[in-house]
Structure formats: structure tokens, C-alpha cells
Design a protein around this ligand. Sequence first.
Ligand code: HEC
Ligand code: HEC
Ligand code: HEC
Ligand code: HEC
Ligand code: HEC
Ligand code: HEC
Ligand code: HEC
Ligand code: HEC
Ligand code: HEC
Ligand code: HEC
Ligand code: HEC
Ligand code: HEC
Ligand code: HEC
Length: 449
Amino acid sequence: MMKRNITGLFFMLGCFLYAVEKPTTLEETCVTAECHTTYKEKAYLHGPMELNDCRACHKPDEPSQHTWKLLQSVTDLCQSCHLEVATMKNVHEPLKTGDCLQCHDPHSSDNKFFLHEKTIAEQCAECHDPTAHKAFLHGPVAVGECTICHDSHSSDYTGLLKVEPKELCFSCHTITADELKNFEYIHEPAKGECVGCHNPHGADNAQMIKGGLSDICFSCHEDIQDIAKAAKVQHNMITEEGGCLKCHTPHASTVKKLLKNDSQTLCLSCHDKPQEIGDGKTMPAFTSELNNKMFLHGPVAEKDCNGCHLAHGSDHFRLLIKEYPPKFYAPYSVDEYALCYSCHPDALTQTERTTDLTDFRNGNQNLHYLHVNKEYRGRTCRACHQTHASNLPKHIRETVPYGMWELPVQFEKTETGGVCTPGCHVAKEYDRKKPVDYSRQQGTVSRVE
Ligand code: HEC
Ligand code: HEC
Ligand code: HEC
Ligand code: HEC
Ligand code: HEC
Ligand code: HEC
Ligand code: HEC
Ligand code: HEC
Ligand code: HEC
Ligand code: HEC
Ligand code: HEC
Ligand code: HEC
Ligand code: HEC
């Protein structure tokens, strides 16, 4: 940076360099063919210089010696004609402590605004380097437009900003502004200052995010980080770089919890393809679970996968919100079915005899109780029901897996009961009005392995 001595205001305005005699009277002008001509050879001339009015700023000290003084200290001098530059609340440090000449030449220059450096950005870079080593530069910074956001001299706002910090970003990012104005759900920190997450100049991350994409979310949502990392069943992509943004928007959304879309669409953006779940196992594409199904389970019909699954991680099988047995058979305990019983009454498998708690009964014998409530090899709900969607009423499955065979169940509902003819036992009926006497039916009950 060019450092100028402003204390000694006396200086020689001499032509001796040109080997021409110094004028010794006030009438002679300073810029003649012989003297001080270089000032006028520059591309940009300061107003008073156009008029050869050296005395707008200099006054003779001792004419016979050709010595001159400045009329006032530099800063006062400049401000006597440029009243407005340092009048606002926050004054740029060099205008307070130094003088205008740290950036401007008083006479003329080949650079606009009589700057010492070719561009404004280079002028600022004399003292600041906000773009150092940043891989991703903000558009206006990349083209050196420091003064589109900052005032070089003074401002009523912090950071020498030209507009109120809260409005600054919106003055160009109208789409983000519209989202924040019109969307129903707004991310709390986006109501404040954008620079909480974005560096206004640039950063080593895309979108000028401060810190990593996941780190920025975890910096405030430590609880989610804990769940994601400590859960027994993890949804691995959550902790991957940018994982949060697979499902959430950073600013605002029309869907609650800042989701990018309804949860079904979100889940299917990945689960429309088979996914590896470790141990060499692959989960089939989930799309076939729903496609062309006549009946959708209540929450699925609402596209509410969160009704049963925890997207961030869970201590239960398959990221479920509550306990549900992972296997086809399970010793009965009501707690094992906490998932289903968060929406359905647990009397379904707790009460042996009933006339109204379930339609799956033969007379007053509760067949749910019979099948599920067993100490050994109780059938889990999946033995008969399809969890997400089905083509049979009451979400009864069409087939059950039996080794390599998809064994047909052949369920039919009747007015007062139902009948199934699965490979595991002969046709079995139940009837709520006229109970079937099973002791008189033949056939053995075999088991699905
Ligand atoms: C707008 C005010 C202003 C005008 C008009 C002005 N000067 Fe200056 N001049 C200055 C200032 C300020 C300095 C620097 C003082 C310092 O460095 O302390 C200066 C410095 C100088 C110097 C010292 C060498 C240098 O360039 O730093 C000379 C010579 C000079 N002026 C000549 C002239 C002549 C000749 C004219 C008229 C053609 C003129 N000035 C018009 C403000 C002005
Ligand atoms: C005697 C009055 C006067 C003084 C003193 C004066 N200026 Fe100026 N300045 C002008 C005039 C006149 C213009 C041209 C009209 C305009 O652009 O406002 C101008 C223009 C400028 C410009 C703008 C050039 C542009 O391209 O828009 C800068 C920068 C500037 N002056 C800086 C200074 C600095 C720095 C000082 C102190 C060293 C100073 N002025 C002192 C009268 C003055
Ligand atoms: C830190 C560098 C810096 C200092 C110090 C500085 N300026 Fe400037 N000035 C600029 C830059 C950069 C521009 C051109 C961009 C802009 O409009 O802000 C400019 C533009 C100007 C202009 C023309 C445009 C306008 O805003 O009217 C004037 C006049 C001016 N400065 C006067 C001054 C005066 C007077 C001082 C001292 C009180 C001063 N400057 C100190 C950087 C500086
Ligand atoms: C002569 C050195 C110098 C030049 C050139 C300079 N600055 Fe500064 N600037 C400073 C100093 C000193 C400070 C106060 C200490 C700090 O924050 O670094 C400062 C502070 C700032 C601040 C923070 C103000 C605040 O209140 O937080 C901004 C913004 C700024 N400068 C922008 C600019 C811009 C834009 C330019 C180019 C037009 C520029 N500076 C050119 C020396 C300079
Ligand atoms: C898009 C608007 C924008 C542009 C363009 C911009 N800045 Fe800033 N700058 C800001 C904001 C906003 C802040 C305040 C940051 C904060 O409060 O954390 C800031 C702060 C600063 C500071 C204060 C210290 C710091 O880094 O936080 C300096 C110095 C600075 N800018 C210099 C520059 C320079 C030099 C340029 C041009 C290369 C520039 N700025 C371009 C918006 C901008
Ligand atoms: C003067 C206009 C202007 C202002 C003010 C401005 N920006 Fe920008 N911003 C741009 C431009 C131009 C781009 C580059 C556009 C592009 O790459 O699509 C950009 C890009 C961005 C990007 C990256 C977008 C992308 O798709 O890569 C982010 C994030 C951003 N700005 C945030 C901010 C924030 C935060 C602020 C307020 C501190 C702000 N901007 C103020 C003009 C501006
Ligand atoms: C909680 C942190 C956070 C806050 C606060 C925040 N952003 Fe962002 N912003 C992000 C993230 C993360 C992205 C990247 C989105 C992506 O890659 O999908 C982003 C992207 C952007 C983009 C690129 C276009 C887009 O929408 O994807 C712009 C522009 C932007 N932000 C502007 C702003 C503005 C303006 C504000 C202040 C109102 C703001 N941001 C506040 C985190 C934030
Ligand atoms: C500066 C702190 C901060 C950062 C950084 C931050 N958040 Fe938030 N977030 C909050 C606050 C405060 C709330 C509102 C209170 C709450 O629900 O905890 C919130 C709420 C949320 C909500 C729930 C919204 C609702 O309607 O209940 C989601 C989802 C969210 N943040 C996601 C993110 C994501 C994704 C990121 C990273 C891009 C992120 N947050 C970064 C502070 C932050
Ligand atoms: C697979 C999609 C998905 C991903 C990836 C994801 N979330 Fe969520 N997040 C959700 C869903 C769905 C909800 C709403 C749960 C509800 O409504 O019960 C939610 C809710 C939230 C909430 C509101 C509080 C809560 O627990 O309900 C916060 C905060 C949140 N997420 C932060 C994050 C953060 C931080 C990340 C990245 C580490 C992240 N999310 C990644 C789907 C996701
Ligand atoms: C960005 C892609 C992506 C999105 C979005 C996504 N998942 Fe996943 N999901 C995966 C991958 C990859 C796996 C396998 C690796 C793993 O377990 O993390 C997986 C595994 C699963 C598992 C099996 C977990 C286990 O180990 O038993 C379930 C259940 C699941 N996801 C449900 C959902 C639900 C519900 C949603 C919507 C809220 C969803 N996923 C959204 C990528 C995604
Ligand atoms: C009524 C509760 C419930 C709802 C709602 C629900 N699920 Fe499930 N989901 C389950 C249960 C229970 C399992 C374990 C099924 C089994 O192993 O029999 C499961 C398993 C999964 C699996 C693993 C499939 C496999 O092959 O192991 C994925 C993926 C999945 N669900 C995604 C979703 C998506 C996407 C939605 C929203 C469209 C959704 N779930 C809605 C209860 C539900
Ligand atoms: C988040 C709440 C919720 C959970 C958890 C839930 N269900 Fe449902 N279920 C419903 C709703 C609502 C309906 C009624 C709409 C319908 O008929 O599909 C329903 C209906 C049913 C039906 C058909 C009833 C009929 O009258 O058609 C069966 C069978 C069923 N659920 C089984 C289960 C099983 C098995 C589980 C545990 C794996 C379970 N549900 C977990 C909400 C839930
Ligand atoms: C052995 C096969 C079987 C098993 C195991 C089974 N269900 Fe059912 N379930 C049925 C049949 C058949 C119906 C239809 C009854 C009717 O409408 O005639 C039914 C109906 C239902 C209904 C509709 C309301 C009602 O009771 O009529 C719900 C809810 C239900 N089951 C939940 C469950 C849950 C939860 C589990 C696991 C705890 C489970 N089922 C296990 C066969 C079974």
C-alpha cells in the first residue's frame, strides 16, 4: 500500500526536474508545457484539475521559494467538496484514521475514481483478501464487485453494507425471497441472517456453505446427529455429506418439517431401486409393494411413511418407530407389537373370547388370539397381512413365502366370516354368526418354516 506522509504539508512544487526555471509569481499557472504536465496525461482528471485550479487545494507558502501548503489536512480538504462520503454511522477505518489518499490520487489517474489500483477489487485487496483460497466464490465477488454490497466510505449498516443486512441477499435472490415470504414452513435460522450458513464471499463448499454440508446442520441439530450415529438400525445416507438435503430444504417448504416433498415421494426417490443393506443382502425395489395394489394401508394411503418409519435412524427392525417382530414366527408378547398397537387396539391379541373386538373370529373365539398369542411360534401379523398394500380386503396377503415357494393363501371374505385354502392346512372357514366346529373338520395344521 502506498503510505503517504500527511504531517509535513510543506512540499516543493518544483520544476527543477525538468531543468526549467521555477515560477516565482502567483500569476503563472502550474501546469504548463514544461511543468507538471504528467498529471494531465492520465485518462481520468479530477474536476479542479480540468480547470488547472491548483489553488483549490494548494496555497503558496513562500512564492519566491515556490513552496506550497495544502489548504487543510487531506481528509478535511477532500471533504470540503465531497461532503457526503463519511457522514454515515459506520465509517470505514481508513477514512477515520488515515486519509483519502490511501485509495485515491488527488490529481488524476489511469484508473476510474482516481484509484491507485486498476480495479476496485484490487484496491480493496491492498488491505483485505476475502477471496483467499476459496474454492467456490460468490458470483459478484468472482467478478470483483465488492462495492455492489459494500460502501467504500461509510454506511448506516454494519459491515459497511449498502442495504440493511436482512435485505441485502434478497435484493438479488428474489426466488429465495419469494419462498421465505410465501411458503408455510420457514426454517428458523433463515428468518435471521443468511450469513449464519453462507459466507457472503465464498467458501470451500458449494453454495458457499460455511463448514461441510452435514456439519452445518449438525452444528445446531446435535440431537439428530446422536440418533443417526447411535441408532441400532441406521439409515446410512443421513450422515453422508449432504444427506440432510436429500429430504429437507434449507430455507422453507410447503411441506411440514421442511420436507422437500411428501414422505412417500421422498422415500421412493431411492427405494424405487434395490438397495444393499449390508451382509451382502439386497432389499428389493419398494415400488412393487405399492404398484397396482387395490387397497393401501391407512397411513400409506396418506403417503405418510413416517407413521411407521423413522427416517433418521431407529432402534427397531427396519427403522420402525416401535417394536415389531423381525421374523415370521415370534413368541407372543404384547410389547413386540407396539408398532401395530400404536394405532390399533391391543385387545386384538390380548382377549381370547370376544363378540366385537375383531371380525377375525369364529363365534366368540378370537382367531387373532389363537394365531398370534402363543408362547412358541406365534404367527406374526405378516403371516396373514401385507403391511403396506394389498389386493385382498383387510390387507390379507395373496401368498406367504415358504422356502422358495410363494404359497397361495386364497382368502375369501364372506358375509359373516371368511375362508382360506392355503398350502399349510386344508380349507379353513370361520363364521361369526354360525361358528364352525373345527373338531369335526379333518386335515392337519402344518407349519410354514
Ligand atoms: C483536489 C485537491 C488538489 C488539487 C486541485 C491539486 N492538488 Fe496537488 N496535491 C494534492 C494533495 C492532497 C497532495 C498530496 C499531499 C501529500 O502527499 O501530503 C498533492 C501533492 C502535489 C504535489 C507533490 C507531488 C505529488 O504528486 O504528490 C505536486 C507537485 C502537486 N500536488 C501539484 C499540483 C498542481 C500543479 C496542481 C494543479 C495543476 C495541483 N497539485 C492540484 C491535492 C491537490
Ligand atoms: C474544490 C473542490 C474539490 C476538492 C477539494 C476535491 N474534489 Fe474531488 N471532485 C471535485 C469535482 C468538481 C469533481 C467532479 C464532479 C463529480 O464527479 O462530482 C470531483 C470528483 C471526484 C471523484 C470522482 C471521480 C469520478 O469519476 O466520479 C473522486 C474519487 C474525487 N473527486 C476524490 C477527491 C479526493 C480524494 C479529494 C481530496 C484529495 C478531492 N476529491 C477533493 C471537486 C473537488
Ligand atoms: C478504502 C479506499 C478508499 C478510501 C480510503 C476512500 N475512498 Fe473514495 N472511493 C473508493 C472507491 C473504491 C470508490 C469507487 C467505488 C464506489 O463508488 O464506492 C470511491 C469513490 C469515491 C468518489 C466518487 C463516487 C462517490 O461516492 O461519490 C468520491 C467523491 C470519493 N471516493 C471521495 C473520497 C473521499 C473524499 C475520501 C476521503 C474522505 C475517500 N474517497 C476515501 C475508495 C476509497
Ligand atoms: C488502506 C487499507 C484498506 C483498504 C484499501 C480497504 N480497507 Fe476495508 N478496512 C480497512 C481496515 C483497517 C478496516 C478495519 C479493520 C478490519 O475490519 O479489518 C477495514 C474494515 C472493512 C470492513 C468491515 C467494516 C465493519 O464495520 O465491519 C469492510 C466491509 C471493508 N473494510 C470493506 C472494504 C472494501 C469493500 C474495500 C475496497 C473498496 C476496502 N475495504 C479497502 C482497511 C482498508
Ligand atoms: C454479495 C454481497 C457482498 C459482496 C459482493 C462482498 N461482500 Fe464483503 N461482506 C458482505 C457481508 C454480508 C458481510 C458481513 C458478514 C458478516 O456480518 O458476517 C461482509 C463482510 C466483509 C468484510 C468484513 C470482514 C469479514 O470478512 O467478514 C470485509 C473486509 C469485506 N466484506 C470485504 C469485501 C471485499 C474486499 C469484497 C470484494 C472482493 C467484498 N467484501 C464483496 C457482503 C459482500
Ligand atoms: C448483487 C447481487 C447479489 C447479492 C446482493 C447476493 N447474491 Fe448471491 N449470487 C449472485 C449471483 C449473480 C450468483 C451466481 C448465480 C449462479 O451461479 O447461478 C449468486 C450465487 C449465490 C449462491 C450460490 C447459488 C448457486 O446456485 O450456486 C448462494 C448460496 C448465494 N448467492 C447466497 C447469497 C447470500 C447469502 C447473499 C447475501 C449475503 C447473497 N447471495 C447476495 C448475486 C447476488
Ligand atoms: C440453515 C442454513 C442456511 C441458512 C440460514 C440459509 N441458507 Fe441458503 N442454503 C443452505 C444450504 C444447505 C443450501 C444448499 C441447498 C442444496 O444444495 O440443495 C443453500 C442454498 C442457497 C441458495 C442456492 C439456491 C437454492 O435455493 O438452492 C441460495 C441462493 C441461498 N441459499 C440463499 C440464501 C439466503 C438469501 C438466505 C437468507 C434468507 C439463506 N440462503 C439462508 C443453507 C442455508
Ligand atoms: C443456526 C442453527 C441452525 C442450523 C445451522 C440449522 N438449523 Fe434446522 N432448525 C434450527 C432451529 C432453531 C429450528 C426450530 C426449532 C427446532 O425445531 O429445533 C430448526 C428446525 C429444523 C427443522 C424442523 C422444522 C419444523 O418445522 O419443525 C428441520 C427439518 C431442520 N431444522 C433441518 C435443518 C437442516 C437440514 C439443516 C442443515 C441444512 C439445519 N436445519 C441447520 C436451527 C438450525
Ligand atoms: C430420508 C429422509 C430424511 C433425511 C435424509 C433427513 N431427514 Fe430429517 N426428517 C425427515 C422426516 C420424514 C421428518 C418428519 C418426521 C415426522 O414428521 O415425524 C424429519 C424431521 C426432522 C426434524 C424435526 C424434528 C424431528 O425429529 O421430527 C429435524 C430437526 C430434522 N429432520 C433434521 C434433519 C437433519 C439435521 C438431517 C441430516 C442429518 C435430516 N433431518 C435428514 C426425513 C429426513
Ligand atoms: C437418499 C436415498 C434414500 C432415501 C431418500 C430413503 N432411503 Fe431408505 N435406504 C436407503 C439406502 C441406501 C438403504 C440401505 C442402506 C442403509 O440401511 O442405510 C436404505 C434402507 C432403508 C430401510 C432398511 C433399513 C435396515 O437396515 O433394515 C428402510 C426400512 C428404509 N430405508 C426406509 C426408508 C423410508 C421410510 C424412507 C422415507 C422416509 C427412506 N427410506 C428414504 C436410501 C434411502
Ligand atoms: C403401518 C406401518 C407402516 C407404514 C405406514 C409404512 N411401513 Fe414400511 N414397513 C413396515 C413394516 C412393519 C415393515 C417390515 C415388513 C416385514 O418385514 O414384514 C416395513 C418395511 C419397509 C421397507 C423394507 C422392505 C423390505 O423389503 O424389507 C421399506 C423400504 C419400507 N418399509 C418403506 C416404506 C415406505 C416408503 C412407506 C411409505 C410409502 C412405508 N414403508 C410405510 C411398516 C410400515
Ligand atoms: C400409524 C397408524 C397405523 C399403524 C402403526 C398401523 N395401522 Fe393398520 N390401519 C391404520 C388405519 C388408519 C387403518 C384404516 C384404513 C384402512 O382400512 O386401511 C388401518 C387398517 C388396517 C387393517 C385393515 C382394517 C380394515 O378394516 O380394512 C389391517 C389388517 C391393519 N391395519 C393391520 C395393521 C398391522 C398388522 C399393523 C402393524 C404392522 C398396523 N396395521 C399398523 C393405521 C395404522
Ligand atoms: C392367521 C392370520 C392372521 C394373523 C396372524 C393376523 N391377522 Fe389380522 N386379520 C386376519 C383376517 C382373516 C382378518 C379379516 C377378518 C374379517 O374381516 O373377516 C383380519 C383383520 C384384521 C384387522 C381388521 C379389524 C378386525 O380385527 O377385524 C386388523 C386391524 C388386524 N387384522 C390386525 C392384525 C394385527 C395387528 C396382527 C398381528 C398382531 C394380525 N392382524 C395378525 C388374519 C390375521
